[in-house]
Design a binder for this molecule. Structure first.
Ligand code: F6R
Length: 361
C-alpha cells in the first residue's frame, strides 16, 4: 500500500520524520545526557576497552557507515573507519580483538556483509549489527546491536533506512562518547540536536516543489559531479549513488579538496556540480571550491545552511549541531534523485539491473 504516493520511493522519503522519531524513542537518558541501547550488551568497562571501530556494509549502508565512523571519531574519540564488506572479506584482514566491528545492513541478508560477520566471528572478533530488519540473518549472527527501526523499506533504493542508520550511529557515538570523554554539556547539546531532527526533516520535505523545479533543470545532464569535505563527503557519495541508481545519469563523488588534483579538467557547462556546503569550519574552503568551478563556467547546485552566492541554485537546509548535519543534508538530494528520475520516466521503485537485497556473492 503506497498510501496515496505514486511510488514507494516517494512514500519512504516522505516518512522520514516519523522514522527518525522511532529510532530515538525510549532511548534518550536526560539525567546522564546519554542514550540507552538495549541490544548492545556492552558494559561500561568493556566499552572502554574498544580501541578501534571498523564498520562494514555495502552500497548505501556503507555510506551510512562512513558517516557513522566520523561521528564515532568526533564524539567518542575512538579511531573509526568504514569499508565495503566485500573488500574487507577478500583481503585477508588483520582481525584485532580490541576492535569493535560493526556490520550495517538494511535487509540484514546481504551476503557479503553476512560472510564478513561469519569470518570475523570465526576469528574471535566482537561484532555488532546496525540492522533494520528484526531477526534477519546479520542480526542473528551478530553478538549484539542496534536496530534502526526505519520500518519496512520496499523501494529497491534505500532512503529512509539510510537516514535512520545515520541517526542510529549518532546514538551509538553519543553512548560511547559519554562513557569516555564527551562532557555532560556536549551530551546535552547532541541530545537537543537529535530531538530537533524530525521537525527539521519536515521542513526539508516541505521544499519538495522547489527541488522538483531544480531537478527539471538538471535532468538533461549526462553526468554530474558531487563534492563535499569531511562531513559533507559521505553525503556527496550517497547522493551520487542515489542519482545514478534511479535516474541512470552518471555521477561521481569527489572530496572538494581533490578537485584540483584532476577532476577539475571535466568541469564545463554540461557537467553540473552538486556541492555539500555545511556552515562549519570548512565553509570558506567550500566557497573557494565553488569559485574554482564557476571560473570554468560550471553550473552549481549547493546544499547549504544559507544561500550560496557562487551557486546557481541553493537548497537551504536547517542547521543542526555540526556533528549531526550530515543526517539532514542528504535528504533534499533524495528528492533531487527522485524528481530527476521522474522527469526521465524511469522505473523508480525497480531500477534496471538492481535487486533489493543481494543475497549472492
Ligand atoms: C542503494 C541500495 C544498495 C544497498 C546495498 C546494501 O540504494 O539499496 O546499495 O544499500 O545493497 O543493502 P543492505 O543495506 O540491505 O545490506
Amino acid at each position: 500500500d503506497m498510501g496515496g504516493h505514486d511510488t514507494y520511493m516517494h512514500k519512504e522519503i516522505s516518512e522520514q520524520a516519523d522514522a527518525v522519531d522511532r529510532v530515538l524513542r525510549g532511548r534518550i537518558d536526560d539525567r546522564f545526557s546519554t542514550v540507552h541501547l538495549g541490544g548492545l550488551n556492552l558494559d561500561a568497562r568493556e566499552a572502554r576497552t574498544v580501541r578501534r571501530v571498523k564498520i562494514l556494509g555495502c552500497g548505501t549502508s556503507y555510506h551510512a557507515g562512513l558517516i557513522g565512523a566520523q561521528m564515532i571519531e568526533e564524539l567518542a574519540r575512538i579511531p573509526a573507519d568504514a569499508e565495503p564488506a566485500s573488500e574487507f572479506r577478500y583481503r585477508n584482514p588483520v582481525v584485532d580483538p580490541d576492535t569493535l566491528y560493526i556490520a550495517v545492513s538494511q535487509s540484514g541478508e546481504t551476503y557479503d556483509v553476512l560472510a564478513a560477520v561469519q569470518e570475523l566471528k570465526r576469528k574471535g572478533a566482537r561484532v555488532f549489527g546496525v540492522v533494520n530488519v528484526v531477526g534477519s540473518a546479520i542480526a542473528r549472527e551478530s553478538d549484539a546491536g542496534v536496530y534502526v527501526h526505519a520500518g519496512p523499506e520496499v523501494c529497491v533504493v534505500s532512503t529512509k533506512c539510510f537516514t535512520n542508520t545515520t541517526v542510529a550511529f549518532a546514538l551509538l557515538a553519543l553512548h560511547l562518547g559519554r562513557i569516555r570523554d564527551l562532557s555532560v554539556a556536549d551530551g546535552k547539546r547532541i541530545i537537543e540536536g537529535l530531538r530537533k531532527l524530525p521537525a527539521q526533516i519536515t521542513e526539508i520535505l516541505a521544499q519538495e516543489a522547489e527541488i522538483k523545479k531544480i531537478a527539471d533543470q538538471y535532468a538533461d545532464a549526462r553526468s554530474m559531479m558531487f563534492i563535499g569535505r569531511v562531513r559533507g563527503y559521505p553525503v556527496a557519495r550517497e547522493a551520487s549513488l542515489k542519482l545514478k541508481e534511479v535516474s541512470y545519469i552518471h555521477a561521481e563523488a569527489y572530496p572538494a579538496s581533490e578537485l584540483k588534483h584532476g577532476p577539475l579538467a571535466l568541469i564545463e557547462p554540461a557537467l553540473p556540480t552538486v556541492a555539500i556546503v555545511p556552515d562549519d569550519d570548512l565553509l570558506e574552503k567550500n566557497r573557494a571550491a565553488m569559485e574554482e568551478i564557476k571560473a570554468r563556467s560550471g553550473r552549481i547546485l549547493a546544499v547549504a545552511h544559507q544561500e550560496q552566492e557562487k551557486a546557481d541554485h541553493t537548497i537551504v537546509v536547517p542547521k543542526n549541531e555540526d556533528e549531526l548535519d550530515p543526517i539532514l543534508m542528504g535528504i533534499p538530494l533524495q528528492l533531487l534523485a527522485y524528481h530527476t528520475a521522474l522527469a526521465l520516466g524511469r522505473d523508480i521503485d525497480k531500477p534496471r539491473n538492481l535487486a533489493k537485497s543481494v543475497t549472492v556473492e
